[in-house]
Write a protein that binds this ligand. Structure first.
Ligand code: NAD
Ligand code: MG
Length: 389
């Protein structure tokens, strides 16, 4: 290890957040040293990133691609490994700074492995925090790990939140663009294709979170994420549609002052904040031109067209296993929608159906969270069979 360089691991290095993180890191080779990069199946993307950054190790989660990764990195001196366990081992190599950017609850074990090393763990991957928030936070405390939010809203709140006086916070206002269907009728939404659902008006993101933005389940998951990360009761976390995605969220104090973080809709802004924190670093993007933006609009979300918001809020207030059931059902339903097996509005309907039928006791350990998660997936598969029969 070169003295003075921050050591970095990126879990999910080939995805949208992963490549944004690499972009920032590759501009400062003198500041960062890559320990490990992981991906699911994109051998070419992973091998290229590992060679460019001279990573110590590259790990492919889907083991059937291990041979191809070995071939792609032959002669490079980069260690190569494959399989879900190898991803966790990479997360446990003790990097100073780890970006958790795997999609879905698959990222939970690697996040825990990173947290147990006691370094800084940056959470883009929100699903583990929804399903296992208490377990992750307790582990972070036990191991002295620092959790930083990369999700733009939570990063904004983190920057505005007075952690020394949380009782002086009156409300948190989570902003959301409303997604690609914010102005669509219900009938048009039911007929929406995966291509239409992933075409987000403001952000360029992976397929799963793009569909979540279209159903607004993303904002629901973010509500739960905010309740985990910030000491404010759930009923004081509000959601407002702000279609320009310029204000990333707001903290409202008892004296009437509202502190907001603004920026262009580019994940490199919040990621750069977490990379340099508590310092600041320059980013390559142009400054936000407020005159060009012209106006900032706000409106209330429509509960009829976006039932996922209510489902998430209810799951949060019921607590226990409910957020994990909500998340697992949603992951399965979104995958089915992307595979054209169900319609767009069926996603939230199926999640509601699974929440109605499956109500397990609160999980206390990681193993119990995984048990709830896999049982909820079975219930969801069943609910979909009934729907598509
Ligand atoms: P993505 O689909 O673009 O990338 C996902 C990454 O995870 C890829 O590197 C992929 O190889 C890896 N991966 C997928 N399945 C895996 C598996 N089974 N095992 C190991 N690795 C696996 O997703 P994304 O848009 O970058 O989002 C990643 C996470 O960050 C999500 O939880 C998302 O909600 C969150 N997030 C994303 C954005 C964004 O702008 N994209 C913003 C906020 C939060
Ligand atoms: Mg977000």
């Amino acid at each position: 290890m070169t003295a003075g360089r921050k050591t970095v691991t990126i879990l999910g290095a080939t995805g949208s957040v992963g490549t944004s993180t690499l972009d920032l890191i590759e501009r400062q080779p003198e500041a960062f040293e890559i320990i490990a990069l992981t991906a699911n199946s994109d051998v070419a993307g992973l091998a290229s990133a590992a060679r460019r950054t001279r990573a110590r190790r590259a790990v492919i989660a889907d083991e059937q691609h291990l041979g191809a990764l070995r071939a792609a990195l032959a002669g490079s001196g980069i260690e190569v490994a494959g399989g879900a366990q190898a991803v966790c081992e990479a997360a446990a190599m003790g990097a100073d700074w780890t970006m958790a950017a795997i999609v879905g609850c698959t990222g939970l074990s690697p996040v825990m492995a990173a947290v147990e090393q006691g370094g800084t763990v940056v959470l883009a991957n929100k699903e583990p925090l929804v399903s296992a928030g208490e377990v992750i936070l307790a582990a972070a405390q036990r191991h002295g790990a620092t959790l930083l939010p990369a999700d733009s809203e939570h990063n904004a709140i983190f920057q505005c939140f007075d952690f020394d006086r949380p009782e002086r916070v009156r409300r948190i206002i989570l902003t959301g663009s409303g997604g690609p269907f914010r102005d669509w009728s219900r009938a048009a939404m039911q007929a929406a294709s995966p291509e239409q659902a992933v075409a987000h008006p403001n952000w360029s993101m992976g397929a799963k979170i793009s569909v979540d933005s279209a159903t607004m389940m993303n904002k629901g998951l973010e509500l739960i994420e905010a309740a985990r990360l910030f000491p404010v009761p759930a009923e004081r976390i509000e959601i407002v549609i702000h279609r320009q995605s310029i204000i990333h969220s707001i903290v409202d104090y008892v004296d009437g002052s509202m502190l907001a973080q603004l920026g262009i809709s580019d994940m490199r802004v919040p990621i750069a904040h977490t990379l340099a924190w508590p310092d600041r670093q320059a980013t390559p993007m142009p400054p936000l031109d407020l005159v060009a933006v012209g106006r900032l609009d706000f409106e209330a979300p429509d509960p009829d067209r976006f039932p996922a918001l209510h489902l998430a809020r209810a799951a949060l207030s019921d607590g226990g296993a409910r957020p994990a059931v909500l998340n697992a059902a949603n992951e399965v339903a979104v995958a089915a929608f992307l595979a054209r097996r169900i319609g767009f509005l069926d996603i939230a309907a199926i999640v509601a159906d699974v929440l109605d039928r499956f109500d397990p006791p609160p999980p206390a350990t990681l193993e119990e969270v995984f048990a709830v998660d896999s049982e909820a997936r079975r219930w969801t598969a069943q609910a979909m069979e009934v729907l598509t029969a």
